[in-house]
Design a protein around this ligand. Structure first.
Ligand SMILES: Cc1ncc(COP(=O)(O)O)c(C=O)c1O
Length: 375
């Protein structure tokens, strides 16, 4: 067989992290911040009906008018200021391609969402991390200083932030938008859980782009739909870096049905938010566990046990959580998605069980623990 020409793959692509592969087979997934709550009959029925009646023989209308207009209406924005694709991740890749590349820099929060540096590297650009403070809060003055010094074409801000759950006020985003010479992408993947959006900034700044997704509060992670809102000239520029048919008709029809049921989904969002506060209180009451306040559908918490060991023990008890301990500021931390009330009880029991069965000193972190949350 002729050998595979691996050197024909761009070296910066080969340096990207490999495919994450399949998930472990466990009953309770609290690792990827999906919606865990059962959906009302109206939502399920609406989606099923929309998809069942769909003719998939023709290509979609390239302008996707129905979904574009429905998204624009919900956001109170103009349809030509909307671009969408195969999930928020796809929108990050599009943003990287459209605004970075050789000789261009993008600032992003670290720790933070791993797809930001991925999107910039993929485009051949230069991702530049801006560290959170030791207590994991955003260091806005440092962002402002680095923007002035490095003149990036793109700045990523996750609001609320993943994995800490913190929320920056609009005033801070305004300051960043005013100083940024290029685009400020405000990733609002979890905005429905926070009750805040940077949507007003679109009226004030031509360089602000909002990223949103149907994967979290809209409970459609498997269908894959994410979108950007921005000035029509910006969006028109971005769309040139996209293939003509970025989303399938089934996803579009399902999303249109979900948008018609938005009120029902926002009721579930409110229940998840209440359950988050209850879970935070119960988690914080576990001895030696500290929890960060969150404006999302997940919680970041720290225990004295080494995170990788604890994640493994929880997995053995059927609960998958997300371990971020490779980042120096996140040692001892794990992120848990707010599950259903029943799942959260199982998780808390598994946690207490796992922590109490720490038998080897090597499993307990002894020195150099980073700061825990103040609140
Ligand atoms: C901060 C943030 N942005 C974007 C996304 C992308 O979500 P999706 O590709 O499912 O739309 C996620 C998913 O976890 C996220 O946490």
């Amino acid at each position: 067989m002729k050998p595979v020409p691996l050197d024909a793959i761009r070296p910066e692509v080969l340096e990207l992290a490999p495919d994450i592969g399949s998930r472990p087979d466990v009953p309770i997934y609290l690792d990827w911040n999906e919606s865990r709550w059962p959906l009302p009959e109206g939502v399920l029925g609406g989606m099923a009906e929309a998809v069942a009646g769909t003719d998939a023989r023709p290509y979609p209308d390239r302008g996707y008018p129905a979904v574009r207009e429905a998204i624009a209406r919900l956001a109170g924005w103009t349809p030509d200021g909307v671009v969408f694709g195969n999930g928020g991740d796809d929108m990050l890749a599009l943003t990287g391609l459209a605004t970075t590349g050789a000789g261009r820099r993008a600032l992003y929060p670290s720790p933070g969402f791993s797809m930001y540096p991925w999107a910039v590297r993929l485009a051949g650009g230069d991702p530049s991390p801006v560290s959170l403070r030791d207590d994991l809060s955003y260091d806005v003055p440092e962002f402002l200083r680095r923007i002035e010094a490095e003149r990036p074409s793109l700045v990523f801000i996750t609001n609320p932030h993943n994995p800490t759950g913190q929320l920056l006020p609009l005033g801070a985003l305004r300051e960043l938008a005013a100083v940024a010479p290029g685009f400020l992408l405000v990733d609002e993947a979890y905005h429905e859980f926070s009750g805040q959006t940077a949507r007003p900034l679109l009226d004030e700044f031509g360089n602000v782009i909002l990223l949103r997704t149907f994967s979290k509060a809209m409970a459609m992670a498997g269908a894959r739909l994410g979108y950007l809102l921005g000035a029509p000239e910006a969006i028109s520029g971005f769309r040139r870096a996209q293939p003509p048919f970025p989303v399938g008709v089934y996803t579009c029809r399902a999303a249109a049905a979900v948008m018609r049921q938005r009120e029902a989904l926002l009721e579930i969002t409110a229940r998840i938010t209440a359950e988050r506060e209850s879970l935070a209180a119960r988690l914080g009451a576990v001895p030696d566990v500290s929890v960060w306040p969150s404006h999302t559908n997940f919680l970041l918490f720290r225990t004295p046990m080494e995170s990788t060991v604890l994640a493994r023990r929880l997995l053995d008890r059927g609960v998958a959580l997300r371990d971020f301990s490779r980042h120096p500021l996140l040692q001892g931390t794990l992120r848990v998605t707010v599950g259903t009330p029943e799942e959260n009880v199982i998780f808390l029991d598994a946690l207490a069980d796992s922590l109490s069965s720490a038998v080897h000193d090597s499993e307990l972190q002894v020195a150099g623990m980073p700061e825990s949350p103040v609140a």
